[in-house]
Design a protein around this ligand. Structure first.
Ligand code: S3P
Length: 465
């Protein structure tokens, strides 16, 4: 029994901390882990993955891919082997349950549509995932000729991979890596070039991984800032070796904790640096955060890659050193930055509560359709703990108390959203009084080592009523 056992069971309280010290290796990136499994399942032959995030979301995807015919085994901690289907999924015996994972469900819809062997799958998930919009994936897949059914544009959804799809160009109304990736995966089964144009580039892990599996990809940024990605089909993927870099979205909670707890100095190792994921750290540096970074030396490379070979998952990796930063300034973050930090707004809002002056975050409409309505949940998290915060249209305004810590003492409703739970608990470490969350169980969907890592740095989180 360790101090962190049982914390995933219900309400948890974070106590104000004295100083956080130490070093932590960031957990594997969730987006890259999901994609490595899905591409491995589509490929011919064996894919070896190291550093896979063994979280609930990733395990839901693994379970679904097994039901579609892939053989997926764990050889050791984070070390996984996938024997792929060669692009020929089979019809699963039961509906696929993606739990809380939007990425798993949406990307696998595209993969099934493109796998073209007549396989038909029903997609289901938990209460949160069942509320989230799926039409944004189903409409482009239908336009390509895939047979998709859904009563109201939400789960349950049925997708049939019924033969060659039409290669075409899609222009997305909002930047979305999940929708883009679903289309690109379907494009593997189309004859010709399938292209996606986004108003701003979203995370590009699918584009970086596909060439490792032998697909022909093209990416570009338009002069208007639009993101372009195109894949040539039909493509036969070959098994690959992937080393998963650390997750910047999980590291964000460690970084924030170190910034707001007096006397802290924390080193976070092995974190992915990618322009489409770096918005949080770059914004913090503009706010006056004391963060330094150094490149991983030797760089983390894909297992078996030749020396100087392809970096982990096609991604660069750094180590961050973060020191408490008492002089943070409020900041205005334009909508254009949102795709590069879309999952980090709850924890960024917490940091903004410790800054001098107001912060304004624009263009957050997409937060309303995440694991919860994160715009409303973030505002409620702050106000429950004595921080003035307003939602104006799609913008969030946080009034930093000028270097004085927020009161804390609140009980936060997480709405089964892992990032709301973690953001609230981090707030408790720097606030004047403990912060309680109604349920910490969902943290396991993305960061199963959260409590262990926080305890290792000296944070106290304990079961609450
Ligand atoms: C993800 C994309 C993002 C992000 C999600 C993971 C991915 O959503 O919020 O947590 O792995 O592709 P969008 O589809 O809105 O970009």
């Amino acid at each position: 029994m360790t101090a962190t056992d049982g914390l995933f069971d219900g309400p948890v309280r974070a106590l104000p901390a004295k100083r956080l010290r130490g070093r932590v290796t960031a957990p594997g990136d969730k987006s890259v882990s999901q994609r490595a499994l899905i591409l491995g399942a589509l490929a011919e032959g064996e894919t070896q993955i190291t550093g896979l995030l063994e979280s609930a979301d990733v395990m839901s995807t693994a379970g679904a891919l097994r039901a579609l015919g892939a053989d997926i085994v764990r050889d050791g901690p984070g070390v996984w082997r996938v024997t792929g289907t060669g692009g020929r999924f089979r019809t699963p015996e039961a509906p696929l349950d993606f739990g809380n994972s939007g990425t798993g469900a949406r990307l696998t819809m595209g993969a099934v549509a493109g796998a073209g062997a007549g396989a038909q799958a029903v997609f289901t998930g938990d209460a949160s995932l069942s509320q989230r919009p799926m039409q944004r994936v189903l409409a482009p897949l239908r336009a390509m000729g895939a047979a998709c059914e859904s009563a109201d544009g939400r789960l349950p959804v049925t997708v049939k991979g019924d033969g060659p799809l039409r290669a075409m160009a899609h222009r997305l109304p909002v930047a979305s890596a999940q929708v883009k990736s679903a289309i690109l995966l379907a494009g593997l089964g189309a004859d010709g070039i399938t292209a996606v144009i986004e108003p701003a580039p979203s995370r590009d892990h699918t584009e970086r991984l596909l060439p490792l599996f032998g697909a022909e990809m093209l990416t570009a940024t338009g002069s208007d800032g639009a993101g372009w990605a195109a894949v040539r089909g039909p493509a036969r993927l070959k098994g690959a070796r992937v080393t998963v870099p650390g997750d910047p979205s999980s590291a964000a909670f460690l970084i924030a904790a170190a910034l707001i707890v007096p006397g802290s100095e924390v080193r976070i190792e092995n974190v992915m640096r990618n322009p489409q994921r770096d918005g949080f750290v770059d914004t913090l540096i503009e706010m006056g955060a004391r963060i330094t970074m150094e490149e991983a030396d030797p760089p983390l490379v894909n297992r078996g890659a030749p020396e100087g070979g392809i970096p982990a998952g096609g991604e660069a990796v750094v180590h961050y050193t973060v020191r408490q930063s008492p002089r943070l300034r409020g900041i205005a973050v334009p909508a254009a930055w949102a795709p590069s930090m879309i999952d980090e707004y709850p924890i960024l809002a917490v940091v903004a509560a410790f800054a001098r002056g107001p912060s304004r975050f624009e263009g957050l409409a997409e937060l309303r359709v995440k694991e919860s309505d994160r715009l409303a949940a973030t505002q409620a998290l702050l106000t429950a703990n004595g921080v003035k915060a307003e939602v104006e249209g799609d913008a969030l305004i946080v009034h930093g108390a000028g270097g004085k810590p927020p009161a804390g003492g609140g009980r936060v409703q997480t709405h089964h959203d892992h990032r709301i739970a973690m953001a609230a608990l981090v707030l408790g470490l720097g606030a004047g009084a403990p912060v309680t969350v109604d349920d910490a169980s969902m943290i396991a969907t993305s960061y199963p080592e959260f409590f262990e890592h926080m305890a290792a740095l000296g944070a106290r989180m304990e079961k609450a009523e």
